[in-house]
Design a protein around this ligand. Structure first.
Ligand code: C2E
Ligand code: MG
Ligand code: MG
Length: 255
């Protein structure tokens, strides 16, 4: 990993925020999406998008994803269901699924409490390798989502080849779902597609009660967004066994 990125990790400039995902028919929370945050000047947590771009370019995204994984397993060990973003590149290279198994074991966390959202901040380099890793995650008892479904480079390829549980409908189609018939048609088609595959749908970026009602009407199962709940800072988990595991993971479980 290049020095500036290593410094961000080693100097404690990373944190995690959690955003609730709720059942649209009951409003019950089913899990939290964990979002990486970079602690900016003044200690304010900021979006990771710039850091993720640099990390993808330098092939260092796996280090960030493993850092988040360690915290996610710690949270799962407390009984909290979490959804973790993982770059297609991280799944497509190295031994991410072995790291997941190791971390779940160290923290004695229930695999069923962990969902992995396949994100595409870059093209997945080796789809066969990524598909195998996805199968291994499923075999462990974890679930998988396709993030930003409909806008990624390879959404349909993932749908065909990976054991997917959830399709996350991109904000692009949610933002104007109350007024744009094309977005409504796309959402409704994604719901039908998910049903054909025995999967469930999660709408991202719900910002109003009208959008929530429209999505419910269109048959979307779950949702998240500022209207439901904004990302909230997650404080570090203090379980000593998990903390030791996190340290082991960052030192031993590298590519
Ligand atoms: P994503 O996984 O699709 O996450 C949703 C993004 O939308 C988050 O931005 C969230 O803060 C934002 N969001 C949530 N609700 C709303 C809403 O109602 N309206 C609007 N306008 N935005 C909303 P964030 O945190 O900046 O993350 C951006 C992207 O960075 C994520 O998109 C994901 O692709 C990536 N990312 C975040 N954490 C990680 C990570 O740990 N690993 C990897 N590989 N990627 C990550
Ligand atoms: Mg996501
Ligand atoms: Mg998304």
């Amino acid at each position: 990993m290049g020095d500036p990125l290593r410094t961000v990790i080693d100097d404690g400039q990373l944190s995690i925020a959690a955003q609730p995902i709720v059942d649209l028919s009951t409003s019950a929370a089913i899990m939290d999406e964990l979002l990486l945050r970079v602690v900016g000047p003044g200690g304010v947590p900021e979006s990771p998008v710039e850091l993720l771009k640099q990390a993808e370019t330098r092939h260092a995204i796996g280090d960030l994803d493993r850092w988040v994984l360690a915290r996610a397993a710690q949270l799962a060990a407390t009984g909290r269901a979490v959804s973790v973003n993982v770059s297609g590149r991280t799944l497509g290279e190295g031994d991410y699924s072995a790291c997941v198994a190791e971390m779940l074991d160290l923290c004695a966390a229930d695999p069923a409490l962990m969902t992995f959202e396949l994100t595409e901040t870059a093209v997945t380099p080796d789809c066969d390798h990524a598909a195998r890793a996805a199968g291994q995650l499923e075999a462990l008892g974890c679930k998988l989502s396709i993030d930003d479904f409909g806008t990624g480079y390879a959404s349909l390829t993932y749908l065909k080849r990976f054991p997917i549980h959830y399709l996350k409908i991109d904000r692009e189609f949610v933002a104007d779902v109350t007024s744009n018939w094309r977005s409504q048609a796309i959402v409704s088609s994604i719901v039908q597609l998910a049903e054909k595959f025995g999967q469930q749908t999660i709408a991202e970026g719900i910002e109003s009660s009208a959008a929530l009602a429209a999505l419910r009407e269109l048959g979307v199962d779950f949702g998240q967004g500022f209207f439901i709940g904004r990302p909230q800072a997650v404080s570090d988990v203090t379980d000593s066994r998990c903390r030791a595991g996190a340290l082991l993971l960052t030192s031993a479980c590298q590519r």
